[in-house]
Design a protein around this ligand. Structure first.
Ligand SMILES: Cc1ncc(COP(=O)(O)OP(=O)(O)O)c(N)n1
Ligand code: TZP
Ligand code: MG
Length: 215
């Protein structure tokens, strides 16, 4: 995985898609600049989750965008996904790595400074700083890390960092300024009438801030 893949990371939730097919939203979002996609289904059966991933897999392949499965190692294996995202209550990282091997991407959520320090002892591919702000999209969230939390974690973490939770076009710039390598979003893309336009707008903000820092 390249660090750049984390820049604009789409996390899906078909319950928030207003009835639109997820494949359509994903393709539009990729055209707008999404660089990585995680399929996250909290209210689906195993079969539905599997079939959903299979139905979008070819799109990600065509655009060469990594496909990550949330929570479910079995589904990640069954669909031969590029990787798996796990949190602090999911399968332990070491077990997931043993089964998936080092060719696959494994992302781990950290919900505190302490967990981010512990993650420095693991060879995860990236960490998800979760949540940065409060959000309606996920009910069981930890206390928001805020921009200060992102700044602190980015200063010592040896892993690429992607922030998640309550991110939109108005606060995204401050997260990149705080040192995150990217942002992961659900509603700011999935629930929009024009996901391509929404993604393009978000990508433009990220690029303008990152380019400022290079110059
Ligand atoms: C990129 C990214 N970061 C954090 C999370 C949250 O994972 P987790 O804490 O396991 O919560 P659920 O998503 O499983 O509800 C994520 N999914 N993606
Ligand atoms: C999956 C997840 N993990 C932490 S917050 C969150 C939901 C983010 O959704 P949104 O981008 O709509 O706030
Ligand atoms: Mg999880």
């Amino acid at each position: 995985m390249r660090k750049e893949d984390l820049k604009l990371y789409l996390v899906t939730d078909s319950d928030l898609a207003n009835g639109k097919p997820l494949a359509e939203i994903i393709e539009a979002a990729i055209k707008g600049g999404v660089s990585m996609v995680q399929i996250r289904e909290k209210n689906s059966t195993t079969r539905e989750f599997y079939e959903l991933v299979m139905s979008v897999k070819h799109i990600l392949k065509v655009y060469n965008v990594p496909l990550i499965v949330n929570d479910r190692l079995d589904i990640a294996l069954a669909v031969d996904a590029d990787g798996l995202h796990i949190g602090q209550s999911d399968l332990p990282y070491k077990e997931a790595r043993k089964i998936l091997g080092f060719d696959k991407i494994i992302g781990l959520s950290v919900e505190s400074i302490e967990q981010a320090r512990e993650a420095n002892d693991l060879d995860v591919d990236y960490i998800g700083l979760s949540p940065v702000f409060s959000t309606q999209t996920k009910s069981d969230i930890a206390k928001p890390l805020g921009l200060d939390g992102i700044k602190e974690i980015a200063s010592f973490s040896k892993h690429p960092c992607v922030a998640i939770g309550g991110i939109n076009k108005n606060n995204l710039g401050s997260i990149i300024e705080a040192g995150a390598d990217g942002v992961a979003l659900v509603s700011a893309i999935i629930s929009q009438e024009y996901p391509e336009k929404a993604a393009r707008e978000l990508k433009k903000i990220i690029d303008s801030i990152m380019n400022e820092h290079i110059e």
